[in-house]
Ligand binder design. Sequence first.
Ligand SMILES: *[C@@H]1O[C@H](CO)[C@@H](O)[C@H](O)[C@H]1NC(C)=O
Ligand SMILES: *[C@@H]1O[C@H](CO)[C@@H](O)[C@H](O)[C@H]1NC(C)=O
Length: 192
Amino acid sequence: MRTTLLTLLGLAATALAGPGSYCLTDSDAQRVANNFGQTIENYSDALADRVLTQDFTDYSDSVNELINNGCPNGPQPLGSATFTSLADFKAGQGAQPSIPFQILNVWHNCDTVTLRWRSSNPGTVQPEQQVTGIIVLETCFVGGQEPWLIDTVYSEFNSGAWLYDLGVFQPTCNATSAKFFKRGISWRPNML
Ligand SMILES: *[C@@H]1O[C@H](CO)[C@@H](O)[C@H](O)[C@H]1NC(C)=O
Ligand SMILES: *[C@@H]1O[C@H](CO)[C@@H](O)[C@H](O)[C@H]1NC(C)=O
């Protein structure tokens, strides 16, 4: 009992100790998730300035793959950061069309928000395959009107479906491949 009380007092002291020790609430996390969604669906430079840190960094091999058009020797090597600063994000994302961003789930701990989302491809040239993704958003507490800024993003989504929707990726679709994929025998089409 005594130990529990001391632990609780210790936690309370930590929570009051300073900005670095604040913890995201459910509504803070929802706000952070919505803010990021807005940068995809309703982008503006003012929004990016308000909700992202100056040294914002975004890692997404899914986006790198799209930038490379699926080519192995493209300009954006897999594993490299897609955007390495706020200015870089604004130049890249600011040039994109609005992309529908539907939030399906939000989870969080004290400083990180994880969300699951779905999109439809505005550039689709054929009956569309849905695109679902998962994003981890690391945040910084700064207080004020917009207390949690997004600092680092790890984002992956079904870029295979995205490239299909754009007509860049043209799969070989026949009964044999469908059957083998359903049985989960191989991820590698060339083994079918
Ligand atoms: C973008 O703005 C529209 C219109 O205000 C809104 O309905 C939609 O939820 C916004 N998108 C996101 C991801 O917040
Ligand atoms: C089905 O796909 C496989 C693998 O791409 C190919 O070798 C085969 O010729 C295809 N069959 C038909 C009937 O198109």
